[in-house]
Design a protein around this ligand. Structure first.
Ligand code: ADP
Ligand code: MG
Length: 219
């Protein structure tokens, strides 16, 4: 469902172009889980941003459901993103003025695709059912990240892109959040592309790839 073909990406810097991705090839099938590893600065977040259509490659093609993401204009990319993708980042990016429930359902309501049974199920599974009326600042870090995961799954995406989703949590909270993420992804039959530094987190995933010197190699 996601394909990178010889993707190149460089950033302009005062010292000249910084080549980050130098011919990345990747294929991710529906329902498949893939761990993306690599040193800090190797380009993992860049790759995820491109997969989400939040940025475009300099060269090469990115296909989502066979549609060439890289040649769509931003409104069309945004529509495809809403339709097919869930995004989770290291920073939770919750909206402080909205309740837990409203943070979870905002996108679904804007898209007029809210499914109240799915919302209720998510809140229960996330351990947030009795906090639906609270606000993000009243939650622990682990609870905030669970809410961010629930928000990403609220529209039942076909692909969840997660960038070091537990990088800001202590180890115990990280473990429980990741276990829950794995269960919900499996139950939703959602594909998963997750950046992680942890071999333990990567182990149960279908495939593990390392980004090194601008290219992907198997771990
Ligand atoms: P990772 O997520 O693996 O740590 P990133 O994709 O965030 O790596 O960054 C890869 C490299 O590109 C780093 O050297 C980073 O400093 C640089 N970089 C990332 N974003 C930009 C940008 N917008 N402008 C210039 N350089 C950037
Ligand atoms: Mg990163």
């Amino acid at each position: 469902m996601l394909e990178f073909r010889q993707v190149h990406k460089a950033y302009a810097t005062p010292q000249g172009p910084l080549e980050v991705l130098e011919g990345v090839d990747l294929e991710l099938a529906a329902g498949e889980s893939l761990a993306l590893m690599g040193e800090s600065g190797s380009g993992k977040s860049t790759l995820l941003h491109l997969a989400a259509g939040l940025d475009v490659p300099d060269r090469g093609d990115i296909l989502l459901d066979g549609k060439r993401l890289s040649s769509l204009a931003e409104p069309a990319r945004a529509a495809l993103r809403r339709e097919r993708l869930g995004l989770v980042f290291q920073q939770f990016h919750l909206i402080p003025s909205l309740s837990v429930r409203d943070n979870l359902t905002l996108q679904a309501r804007l898209a007029e695709r809210e499914d109240p049974d799915w919302t209720t199920m998510l809140l229960e599974r996330l351990g947030l059912a009795n906090m639906a009326g609270r606000y993000p600042e009243q939650l622990s870090g682990g609870q905030q990240q669970r809410l961010a995961i629930g928000r990403a799954l609220a529209l039942r995406p076909a692909l969840l892109l997660a960038d070091e989703p537990t990088g800001n949590l202590d180890e115990a909270s990280a473990d429980s959040v990741l276990a829950l993420l794995g269960e919900l992804v499996a139950e939703s039959r959602c594909a998963l592309l997750m950046v992680t530094h942890s071999a333990r987190v990567a182990a149960p995933m279908d495939r593990r790839l390392i980004l090194k010197r601008g290219q992907l190699c198997s771990a």
